[in-house]
Design a protein around this ligand. Sequence first.
Ligand SMILES: Cc1cc2nc3c(=O)[nH]c(=O)nc-3n(C[C@H](O)[C@H](O)[C@H](O)COP(=O)(O)OP(=O)(O)OC[C@H]3O[C@@H](n4cnc5c(N)ncnc54)[C@H](O)[C@@H]3O)c2cc1C
Length: 408
Amino acid sequence: MNTPARHSLAVLGAGPVGLEAAAAALELGFDVHVFERGEVGAHLRGWGHVRMFTPWTMNVGPATARLLKANGWTAPPADECPTGDEFADRVLLPLAATPELKGRVHTHEQVVQVSRRATLRHERIGDPARADEPFRMLVRNAGGHESLIHAFSLIDATGTFGTPAWAGTGGIPGRNEQYLAPQMSYRPDDVLGLRRERHAGKRTHVVGGGASAATTVVALAKLAAEVPGTSVVWATRGTEADAGGVVNDPLPARAALFAAARALREGSDPAIAWFGGAEIEGFEYNTGTHKYRVTFLCGGQPRIEEVEQVVLNVGYVPDHSITAGLHAHFCWATGGAMKLSAALLGSEAGADCMVAPEGGAGVLAHPEPDYFVIGAKSYGRNSAFLLRTGYQQAADALAALAPSALGR
Ligand SMILES: Cc1cc2nc3c(=O)[nH]c(=O)nc-3n(C[C@H](O)[C@H](O)[C@H](O)COP(=O)(O)OP(=O)(O)OC[C@H]3O[C@@H](n4cnc5c(N)ncnc54)[C@H](O)[C@@H]3O)c2cc1C
């Protein structure tokens, strides 16, 4: 790709949305290449044990399904909800291995930074002539070898799961949090499987009020029923026991998760203690007792919890360092694509993932020509993102790129 054709397209990230974009781009006639810093579906593997709350029919993108079916794939039972691992195994891996995409999906190739060739960020401001130079990507492989790769169109689908939010009050690291982060957990721990020994018979502190924290606590309650001495202290910023979830939720699996979490918050299980209104000040770790002391302000009053494990499920934030050389426009509040974030603000789609945002490619556009951010990253801190929305974004972005890239 060092002397790219005008229809060259680089897709960043081989998650479900990046691969859907690649499959759809092939159908349209783009010369597409996908750059993935880990394995195909790497982020899904990070929560591989978690069962999704959307069924297969909603999870498999339309271009993905067409390409897989053309290669003899049988669709899984429509109404069943897969785990992250099942989704990666049954859809993403076979998709990347199709003859059409194999050779176009480059794993263990991290996109470090992107700019325009021979164009500094502060040059050609608002000038469509920026599109005359291709995007220039610095790509690093697993061995540390770096290459420069060029393409005229760029789709960033790198997600947010790789950069968990800090748990400290105000969203910055709490005292000692950066130092202790490598030994605490920032993802939904597989407490009934791989991480069982870490939590069995121990006291675990879980922080967070969203679906990830609810998943962790509900699983820990199951572990507590199996292994005496397992207990949880669960802290949320919100003060309502019934916070979380969607009224008349059309997704039964999600409704069941939040119902179970609500019951635990209301005290249904003596092994689980919940308190709301918590703002984390900091963490200490005692290397003699192997225990953490977590310091909070709770309703303005100091509170300390002593625990053996800490799970911080407080959300994920987009990493904007990759595209710092571009005229990318992100929302100062959510970190999502600016126009999309504005469209989501105060709209039904911003609160309910079942409602698709309006505006098509118009709300996905940035001042940088021929550049789109799609998928979970486009929503930034807003967690109302659904794969179904990402697949529509892929189609919208490609349709917007087609005139300049394909001449139609
Ligand atoms: C626990 C959990 C459960 C969820 N359940 C559902 C659900 O049931 N239904 C639903 O619709 N949505 C669900 N989501 C939300 C969302 O659909 C997922 O987060 C989904 O993985 C987003 O897909 P994506 O392709 O946008 O990004 P990701 O799946 O996050 O993929 C991004 C990819 O980019 C790669 N990458 C990152 N940085 C770079 C770089 N610099 N260079 C190259 N590659 C890079 C990553 O390794 C990764 O493979 C869930 C999310 C979580 C966290």
